[in-house]
Design a binder for this molecule. Structure first.
Ligand SMILES: Cc1ncc(COP(=O)(O)O)c(C=O)c1O
Length: 447
């Protein structure tokens, strides 16, 4: 079993220590914290759950902080990353990840992006049939004179191609509860829909020996485990069937199976998160050979599950407005840091706690509930409405729980607020993961 969420006690301890060690200065009107021991435990557990040859491509989009990417590499040198853009590929390589630890997934790749990815040797997931044509052309034109593809007698691929290549297939198994993050419905902008293009997909796998991978991603949060497993099942059956045909052609087998990410986390400490063990159990019942290293090399792309519960955000309360039936706590983080929470409040329900200016947890309920409003210049800049909280006063700290993933990575520049200080902590003490943005750096962004 693994701890689901950080407790109020552990958050309070970190906050008080940070205040006493002056890690939260006057100008740090908001701060993001990471419990690095919690994060390390998550990653260790993830690695222990899967076969040894699995490449865990942690989704950079969930957390692109360089110091965190370095930390992950230090504690788990075999772990990899999933990159959603050529920028993220470059960041990973510059942070020290080897090309074969990088999975490149963008749905909009230019020829230049593809060329770069192929030459570097990352695992490339082709998004669509037009991109497949581009890759074929790149591999067979004079740009790649070295990439002679030969099939050896044991059906392995003898090629100078430094990486591996798969294709994203939409299993079309339905939508989860959050439409904006569900990508395996009948329609999706991602991947090749299997029901409509099965023939073309088969043809591709029986034409290109170098196409050795399948990839799916069903959605991020809001997709039940059954739906995730159903998606894997659709691609597993497809790969098994095609592998019989590829054997007849003398082609190497489809051996790279990328199950994507999407295992949900719990944003409510009283609600247990879906368990990784159960997920693996279900996958191995539905797709038994997937966990056998003789047949498949698995890739995973867990972002939210890895990062979210290890972080929390603290904002000082600047003002409290009291109306007849509602109070409004005016905070230093709003839709700049919590874009999804402000635009889709029902889908992203965090927990909130109040600490006084010394970092002591406040208890009880004020008479009226609170809106937690940000500093931005639009009415929708409210990260949560009607929250029951203890009495909030100026100078208190509001903690937004579970902000370690998809929070700072979605930072919006609207209203030109400075990005906050980001602090990691573990037994050895605090470390600054990213300094608060200066006014000069802010100015430079717009130049
Ligand atoms: C292709 C792909 N892989 C992986 C992920 C990560 O999903 P999650 O963070 O829910 O695990 C996403 C998220 O949107 C994605 O689009």
């Amino acid at each position: 079993m693994i701890q689901s969420n950080l407790s109020d006690d552990s958050i309070g301890m970190a906050l008080r220590l940070a205040l006493s060690e002056r890690m939260i200065r006057e100008e740090d009107t908001s701060v993001i914290f990471y419990d690095l021991s919690f994060l390390a435990a998550r990653i260790g557990y993830l690695v222990s759950c899967f076969p040894q040859n699995t490449l865990h491509g942690l989704a950079i989009k969930a957390n692109p902080l360089t110091r965190i990417m370095e930390f992950v590499r230090e504690i788990a040198p075999n772990i990899g990353v999933e990159a959603a853009s050529i920028g993220e590929v470059t960041m990973a390589l510059r942070t020290g990840y080897q090309a074969n630890q990088v999975v490149f997934d963008s749905p909009v790749k230019t020829v230049t992006d593809l060329n770069f990815a192929l030459r570097k040797g990352v695992h490339l997931n082709i998004d669509n049939l037009s991109e497949l044509k581009r890759v074929e052309k790149l591999l067979t034109t004079m740009e790649y004179p070295d990439f002679q593809i030969n099939i050896t007698s044991d059906h392995s691929l003898a090629t100078d191609l430094p990486g591996s290549i798969g294709i994203r297939i939409n299993p079309q198994i339905g939508m989860g509860s959050i439409l904006e993050s569900s990508v395996a419905g009948e329609y999706s902008k991602f991947g090749v829909p299997i029901k409509y293009y099965r023939e073309e997909l088969e043809k591709a796998f029986l034409t290109y020996p170098w196409l050795t991978g399948v990839h799916l991603h069903v959605g991020s949060q809001g997709c039940p485990m059954q739906m995730l497993t159903d998606g894997i099942g659709v691609l597993y059956d497809f790969a098994e069937e095609l592998n019989i045909k590829r054997t007849k052609c003398g082609f190497p087998l489809i051996s790279v199976f990328d199950i994507g990410g999407g295992l949900p986390v719990s944003y409510k400490s009283a609600t247990p998160a879906p368990s990784m063990e159960e997920y693996i159990e279900r996958i191995s019942v539905r797709a038994p050979k997937l966990f056998n290293e003789d047949f498949f090399k698995l890739i995973t792309e867990f972002g939210r599950w890895t990062y979210t519960n290890s972080g929390f955000t603290v904002s000082r309360v600047e003002y409290v407005k009291r109306d007849p039936t509602i109070n409004t706590a005016m905070l230093h983080t709003g839709a700049d840091l919590f874009v999804r929470e402000c635009l889709n409040p029902h889908d992203w329900p965090h927990e909130y706690t109040v600490f006084d200016q010394h970092g002591n947890l406040k208890h009880g309920h004020d008479h009226n509930p609170y809106n937690l409003a940000g500093p931005l210049c639009f009415a929708g800049d409210i990260i949560a409405k009607n929250v029951k909280l203890p009495e909030v006063e100026e100078g208190d700290f509001i903690v937004v729980h579970d902000t370690g993933g998809y929070t700072f990575s979605m930072w919006s520049r609207y209203n030109s607020r400075q990005t906050p200080r980001i602090i990691g902590y573990r037994e050895g003490g605090f470390t600054i993961l990213k300094e608060r943005e200066t006014l000069e750096e802010l100015q430079r962004f717009w130049e």
